[in-house]
Design a binder for this molecule. Structure first.
Ligand code: NOJ
Length: 528
């Protein structure tokens, strides 16, 4: 059986506001993305996922949609989108859009109508409830802090918003809303998009009767207020799988050979995450796996997770790995520059579809955003707890021209401090740069089916060394990663292995008795 494009391929996430500005307003746009497609194709990835480009008041930078079937003027027009999509396909790449079904903007005409009266035709398209004895109908907390309920004076009821009050939750138990949203998916799929990354998919259905969430006994204020309760009744309800089945049926209706992919953003422990692959009926193709972002960076615990994840996959379930995103701290900030190289090798050698976040390929690290330039609503609502997402959303740096070639005017967020050195043009010329390492790793994946689609076999290793084999046909590749800054013990299987790639500059000679250098990652070809 041949692998599907979304199994063997690598996905590259673009945060459109910060990729390339083509009209000098300091904010990236669709024409800008099109200008930079050579970078993406040259990197060697297979698909591009765009964070939302639909019309939005930008309270949550596009994750508050005021129209599901158009393009925000800030980013361009539908015609610009079609043009860019054709250019993506022309390069043999695929395009995945962000679909945000859990909530709309409070400016969406559906919500305006819903809010207009208790008897409005669309009242039930959102989640309205009478006040409880203490005000809000229950104790649910917004992911951005504070009660998840907003009081509406005019009607005397509250509406539910899992995120900002400008992002009212849609009521997926309403059949008309459900049909309207499936139509939205069809609108884009008919235009030729290759699939969706589905925002907060596990949030769509809330428990009947909206009971209180249990309090979290381990809560610390530094975690952010959303963790003060456990979201057991506000998320991950069994009925969500029926909805996913409908979405999947639509995606599958495009037929074999024209595969459209569904990727679910789901933050749940392993056993509950796996349910999103589906059961008797298929679920999403890829429920995102965020472990490389969330787990402590220790070889032994990561090795156990990889084994547990592999073992938990349902029959036919294809794995996937995510290293960075517009919501997470930059990987080079989390792990440091040396380990970010090892992490790149891990991401691109594990079994499963990798998702790579823009800017990680040039190793952008932590960025301090001056207080007057903070834009992230999450940081503004719960300041000073390290929850802010602006540092992951700063513009790409392409070259040494003004504003890193991102824009001819001042960008909406500042660039990383070292952009004069850390940019695509200068790293293209440096054979030891992060960018070249990413290109080499992606080229290796293309060349070796063992990496792209081969089986995974854990290899015993000690201390901070993580080792595993990938096999396909006669091909056997050994990946050995030193997750620490001390020399590490090579597993005995290394004997006779031929080095294909190292994360370190000077070539190693992985001969007998060889110790893995600090922060070294190696891909070795073993004899069959
Ligand atoms: C997850 C998105 O990735 C994040 O950026 C957004 O704020 C929330 N969902 C709400 O849509």
């Amino acid at each position: 059986m041949t692998a599907k494009w979304w199994e063997s391929g690598c996905i590259y996430q673009i945060y459109p506001r910060s990729f390339q500005d083509s009209d000098a307003d300091g904010i990236g746009d669709i024409a800008g993305i099109e200008q930079r497609l050579d970078h993406i194709a040259g990197l060697g990835v297979d698909a591009v996922w765009l964070s939302p480009i639909t019309p939005s008041p930008m309270a949550d930078f596009g994750y508050d949609l005021a129209n599901y079937c158009d393009v925000d003027p800030l980013f361009g027009t539908l015609a610009d989108f079609d043009h860019m999509l054709a250019a993506v396909h022309h390069r043999g790449l695929r395009l995945i859009l962000d679909f945000v079904p859990n909530h709309s903007s409070d400016q969406h005409p559906w919500f305006v109508e819903s809010r207009s009266s208790l008897t409005s035709e669309k009242r039930d398209w959102y989640i309205w409830r009478d006040p409880g004895p203490n005000g809000p109908p229950n104790n649910w907390i917004s992911d951005f802090g504070g009660s998840a309920w907003e009081y509406d004076e005019a009607s005397g009821q509250y509406y539910y918003h899992a995120f900002l009050k400008q992002q009212p939750d849609l009521n997926w138990r309403n059949p008309d809303l459900r049909r309207a949203m499936i139509d939205v998916m069809q609108f884009w799929l008919d235009r030729g998009v290759d699939g969706f990354r589905i925002d907060v998919l596990w949030h769509l259905i809330k428990a009947t009767g909206l009971p209180d969430n249990p309090l979290n006994p381990d809560y610390l204020p530094s975690m952010g207020e959303k963790f003060s309760v456990m979201q057991l009744n506000s998320t991950d309800q069994p009925e969500v799988h029926e909805i996913i089945g409908e979405m999947r049926a639509l995606a599958d209706s495009y037929g074999e050979g024209d595969e459209r992919v569904l990727i679910g953003e789901i933050c749940l422990p392993l056993d509950r995450l796996m349910a999103y692959y589906g059961d008797a009926e298929p679920g999403v193709h890829l429920p995102f796996n965020f472990e490389l972002i969330e787990a402590p960076w220790h070889a032994r615990s990561l090795a156990s997770f990889i084994d547990a994840y592999e073992a938990a996959l349902p029959p036919g379930g294809w794995p996937n790995w995510v290293l960075g995103s517009h919501d997470a701290r930059r990987v080079a900030g989390r792990l440091g520059a040396d380990q970010a190289r090892v992490a790149a090798m891990l991401l691109l050698t594990l079994r499963g579809t990798p998702t790579l976040y823009q800017g990680d390929e040039i190793g952008i690290g932590d960025i301090v955003i001056p207080p007057e330039r903070i834009r992230d609503p999450r940081e503004l609502r719960e300041p000073g707890r390290g929850l802010g997402r602006d540092p992951a959303r700063t513009p790409m740096a392409w070259d040494t021209s003004s504003h890193g070639g991102f824009s001819s005017s001042d960008p909406w967020l500042p660039l990383h401090a070292d952009w004069q050195d850390r940019n695509v043009a200068s790293q293209s010329r440096d054979p030891c740069s992060m960018l070249i390492l990413y290109r080499q790793l992606l080229a290796l994946r293309r060349k070796h089916p063992a990496l792209a689609i081969g089986s995974y076999h854990a290899v015993a290793a000690e201390g901070d060394v993580l080792a595993f084999e990938r096999r396909h046909g006669d091909e056997r590749l050994l990946i050995v990663l030193n997750l620490g800054g001390e020399s590490g013990q090579m597993p005995p299987e290394t004997g006779g292995g031929r080095e294909l790639l190292s994360t370190l500059e000077a070539p190693s000679t992985a001969s007998e008795g060889y110790m893995l250098r600090p922060n070294e990652g190696l891909v070795l070809a073993l004899s069959a």
